[in-house]
Design a protein around this ligand. Structure first.
Ligand SMILES: [Zn+2]
Length: 290
């Protein structure tokens, strides 16, 4: 057992004692928070979220502040353990000292498995939350819309075209964890509610043509995220995990083809099909060919 695990257990025991009267939960309520950058308040340009960009350091602090707002909201709704997954680029954007709260475990760095932006999710969580998320590739009136990387034109499973918030919600759904809240631009909030149902959302900005966006101040965005996450975590029992019935057939359309994943079929220029009863294996195929 490493020191992190010992700390986690210690925090868990402390929270268990504190929360004991709440009763219904097995142990303290745990919330999983996946944090991307394109959908943060004020972000409009790729340079805002690239380490070489002029204002990256600023938007890093916004990323941390929106994460803390989500933790605060979940705490107010009874959560006592939080796993925060840095989900942008090489996944080293959140600085540990900037999300320095008791009960928070931070997952940083790129992982090799299929869970990627959901690395760390399992059945021990009561709810999942998306912060700084963006709409899928091809979405009109959206800010920095894309799916995983610039190469993906469309990614669907069982005929449903999915944004990152869609397939990441499916990963949570494998463990019966509902996604209860998402923050991003208006297009993102409409897209995830269309897929996941009436979850709580906060639109921190909206595209008003070209690369222009009109948005909330960081402070207002953080206050709305805090309040929205609190409502969402309180409503978690009525919000369903996002699931599909297997087998899972993905259709991936890309600009530049990579070699076909084992068992995948090339169905046209830049188009591949792959079927498996295992959703995580489908995501392995997606990650290999995207
Ligand atoms: Zn990102």
């Amino acid at each position: 057992m490493n020191r992190l695990a010992v700390t986690s257990i210690a925090l868990g025991l402390a929270a268990l004692i504190e929360c004991a009267p709440l009763g219904a939960q097995q142990g303290p309520l745990k919330v999983f928070i996946s944090v991307d950058m394109e959908g943060l308040a004020g972000v409009v340009a790729a340079t805002d979220v690239s380490p070489a960009g002029r204002d990256y350091a600023h938007f890093r602090t916004i990323m941390a502040a929106e994460t803390i707002a989500a933790v605060d909201g979940a705490f107010a709704a009874g959560a006592r353990e939080f796993v925060v997954r840095d989900s942008h680029g090489d996944k080293t954007n959140l600085l540990p000292g900037d999300v320095n709260l008791p009960g928070v475990l931070l997952i940083r760095g790129a992982s090799t498995g299929p869970k990627n932006m959901m690395e760390g999710i399992d059945a021990s969580f009561g709810a999942a939350i998306f912060i700084g998320y963006h709409a899928k590739a091809g979405t009109p009136n959206a800010i920095l819309e894309h799916t995983s990387n610039g190469n993906v034109i469309d990614f669907s499973i069982n005929g449903v075209s999915l944004p990152e918030g869609g397939y990441n919600a499916l990963v949570a759904g494998l463990y019966k964890v509902p996604v209860v809240f998402a923050a991003g631009d208006r297009a993102l909030t409409e897209q995830v509610r269309g897929l996941l149902g009436p979850i709580e959302t906060v639109a921190v900005k909206e595209e008003i043509g070209g690369d222009a966006s009109r948005g909330l101040s960081p402070k207002a965005a953080q206050e709305q995220i805090r309040a929205g996450v609190e409502r969402a975590v309180r409503r978690r029992a009525e919000l369903k995990p996002f699931t599909m019935t297997g087998p899972y057939t993905m259709v991936l359309k890309v600009r530049q083809e990579k070699s076909a994943y084992k068992g995948a079929e090339r169905t046209g220029p830049g188009e591949f099909k792959f079927t498996s009863p295992d959703l995580l294996e489908v995501l392995n195929a997606f990650n290999a060919m995207k």
